[in-house]
Design a protein around this ligand. Structure first.
Ligand SMILES: Cc1cc2nc3c(=O)[nH]c(=O)nc-3n(C[C@H](O)[C@H](O)[C@H](O)COP(=O)(O)OP(=O)(O)OC[C@H]3O[C@@H](n4cnc5c(N)ncnc54)[C@H](O)[C@@H]3O)c2cc1C
Length: 459
């Protein structure tokens, strides 16, 4: 059907591409195309010329060849969750990895190999069969590769570090079609770059992770009502300052339907105590409105947040901060009131615990020293609210600036962040090393629909 329409002016080429692939090609006239082009952020509405659903590394190389031959921009789609909408481009070619979702676990070695399009739901289900975990994302449909390459913060960060700290190997197809492996023994500089440097160097067809034994946790959500929010947030902050190694914690400040501020805290405790002190402190804080914390499986914990997909328009902006002083807590509470309507939230992720123990030289990312990652997440349905919502997110994020260290979190950045913010997320020295890697693996910057690291110029 699509050959008749010839969406990319490729004629026989598209027919040949379809024949040569183990996977599938979707053209705009094909059934399912509209769904396949959509991403998490409804603000992003792009129509690619062709979506190539790859089955393996050969398919990825063929997709790159085709894009080069027809001068098409390339976007890479894993789980389709990046809020910047980087998984889709207008009039270009999408390398879609949704047919590559397999996960193999080696229970004895405590390692897992995930295909390039694996999502956390599949990853966690596979590793939990062996009673093992790696610290991943908190929403099951998020892509493993996309999240890992930006760092990775979740329910087990304090216990086992950032997701990328647990990445021990990867296989990539470069835009030139070469298959490259990264591990501590093979191309270690590339492994360093993949730990935070995003999808800049190639399409990962396989990632290998270190796993840890864990089956059950104490977790869930604690909800606080208006009068107690300030105190509960301070308590959350003070607990993080004590850096418990067996308690990860995130907080969300939002508005309820009556426009009253609400605080939701998501603890995840993995230690041996039935009633651990820090968790008790959170559960007895003034203003606690609903306590849904319980002992449950790790997989149940991975379901405590379940946002819709492709529904809301989103604009996120944030900063890593060195501290969360009372003054900033007050400011954030004022800003959430100023939002004036749900949805929309401020997410505060603690980076205490193991991320601080890891040798900073092992990863490209530059925010390990931060106390918290604070992200202002405007979300709305009506296009008429675009300008107002974006402005709220920008103004609220600006209030964080006095406490900011390094740039924002690559995984939550919008496409309009200036290169200075991307550079600041790594620091000058690491950014230049990343630029050298980019020049080696993607000298023509084919993979530029991302938080881009431009290749170092030839000397
Ligand atoms: C609802 C929601 C929940 C989230 N939860 C968390 C969380 O708990 N913790 C956290 O740290 N982040 C979280 N994120 C952010 C998320 O990690 C990043 O946005 C990440 O980029 C999403 O990856 P993806 O594959 O799902 O997205 P996509 O939009 O498909 O991909 C984003 C980019 O990642 C790169 N990429 C993806 N797969 C590959 C691959 N195989 N090879 C090379 N490059 C690749 C490409 O550059 C691609 O454009 C969340 C985002 C959303 C929307």
């Amino acid at each position: 059907m699509s050959e008749a329409i010839d969406p990319v002016g490729a004629g026989e080429g598209l027919t040949e591409l379809r024949r040569s692939l183990g996977g599938a090609v979707l053209a705009p006239t094909d059934e399912g195309f509209d769904e396949a082009r959509r991403c998490f952020n409804a603000l992003v509405d792009r129509w690619p010329a062709v979506i190539v659903r790859c089955l393996d590394a050969d398919d990825v190389a063929r997709a790159f060849d085709f894009a080069r031959a027809h001068a098409l921009e390339v976007a890479v789609r894993g789980g389709g969750h990046n809020p910047a909408g980087h998984c889709v481009c207008e009039g270009g070619l999408v390398i879609d990895l949704s047919l590559m979702r397999g996960v193999d676990v080696n229970g004895d070695a405590r390692t897992a190999r995930a295909d390039g399009g694996a999502t956390w739901l599949g990853f966690d289900a596979a590793t939990q069969r062996f009673g093992l975990v790696t610290p991943g994302g908190v929403v099951g449909s998020t892509g493993v590769a996309g999240l890992t390459f930006g760092g990775g913060i979740g329910h087990l960060t304090a216990q086992y570090g950032l997701t990328c700290d647990n990445l021990i190997g990867a296989e990539l197809v470069t835009p030139g079609g070469t298959v490259v492996r990264a591990s501590p023994d093979e191309n270690p500089e590339l492994l360093w770059g993949l730990r935070g440097g995003g999808g800049n160097f190639g399409v990962a067809t396989r990632l290998e992770f270190q796993l840890h034994p864990l089956r059950r946790v104490q977790g869930g959500l604690l909800t606080y009502a208006e009068s107690g929010i300030r105190d509960a947030l301070r308590r959350f902050r003070d607990i993080a300052a004590h850096a418990p190694r067996d308690l990860s914690c995130q907080a969300v400040v939002t508005l309820d339907e009556s426009l009253a501020p609400t605080l939701i805290v998501a603890p995840c405790y993995t230690g041996p105590d039935a009633d651990p002190e820090e968790l008790r402190a959170l559960r007895t804080a003034k203003g606690l409105d609903h306590d849904a914390v319980e002992a449950h499986s790790f997989l149940a914990q991975q379901h405590v947040f379940s946002p819709g997909y492709g529904v809301d328009r989103n604009y996120w902006k944030g900063h890593f901060v060195r501290e969360l002083p009372d003054e900033l807590i007050d400011e954030l509470l004022e800003r959430i009131v100023a939002l004036g309507r749900p949805p929309g939230q401020v997410l505060i992720e603690s980076l205490h615990g193991v991320p601080k123990d890891i040798d900073p030289a092992s990863a490209a990312l530059g925010y390990r020293d931060a106390a918290f990652n604070i992200s202002v997440m405007a979300a709305w349905l009506d296009a008429a609210l675009d300008e107002q919502s974006i402005e709220w997110a920008r103004a609220t994020a600006a209030a964080l600036e006095p406490w900011s260290i390094s740039g924002g979190y690559m995984n939550y950045m919008q496409a309009d962040e200036p290169i200075e913010r991307v550079r600041a997320a790594f620091g000058d020295e690491a950014f230049e090393r990343l630029q050298a890697l980019k020049r080696r693996y993607d000298p023509d910057n084919v993979l530029r629909r991302n938080q881009n690291i431009p290749p170092a110029s030839a000397r």
